[in-house]
Design a protein around this ligand. Sequence first.
Ligand code: ATP
Ligand code: MG
Length: 260
Amino acid sequence: MQSLAVINQKGGVGKTTTAVNLGHALARAGHRVMLVDLDPQGHLSPCLGLFRAPAQGADQVLLAEPGLGDHAVSTRELLQVVPAGNDLGEVERLRGGVERGRLLQQAIDRRPPEVDYLLFDCPPSAGLLVMNALFAVDRVLVPVAGDFLSLTGLARLMGTLHKIEALRQRPLVRHVFLSRFVARRRLSREVREKIIEHFPSNLLESGISEAAVLAECAGAGRTIFEYRAKSRSAAEFSALATELLGLGDKEYGQQASHVA
Ligand SMILES: Nc1ncnc2c1ncn2[C@@H]1O[C@H](COP(=O)(O)OP(=O)(O)OP(=O)(O)O)[C@@H](O)[C@H]1O
Ligand SMILES: [Mg+2]
């Protein structure tokens, strides 16, 4: 099983959009996928058409200890979702030491979900929920929208990941990709150049363009493959999935060791 967290503490960069559409792309390619909502905002379920999500989900996994599989809802062929649950925000208020960051990892170790890909949609923050994701996953996928504030945030995030990696004593592979990219906008292109300059081994070739259709399909509770299968956005998410599937473990290891 591969596990991956979609993270960026900046809001609105396309984390949830990525989790939903990448998750469906992987499922359509024949892989068993579980999407887990680690954001108390709970946007993942409605984006998949689950407008009245169960009151319990990832919150119980972190606060009460059952396995992820107990709260998974099947939404599409090979695609399950674990909703956030009403009490997920409580996790941020837990008292205690560093062990609070390992609750998710412990839950997965106790009862590993029977899937090929476990994908976490993280909140736009740097609190305990994100910490739990970072202790639990093999890789992180960081969407970066095209503005300079994103670059400052990215540098800070890379520093945080380095510290977490030392604590967990296991490599944490970082993939960065351009989300909400506008090719004709000079700023978008400049942000891409800066990422290539500073994080050359982390930037994925695939990127996602800004496209109104991605916002529309989320509102309709459908993935881009259901809403507009022939769109450029659908092709871009397929390409992102193909690129991730094509990267071998060896390459991940090399990439992790490159990051200072
Ligand atoms: N490539 C895109 N083109 C156009 N709209 C997009 C794109 N990606 C995301 N959006 C829209 O932008 C808004 C924010 O996207 P999304 O919810 O995926 O971001 P997020 O990073 O998960 O936000 P948050 O930090 O609040 O969780 C949504 O309305 C979404 O539909
Ligand atoms: Mg989100």
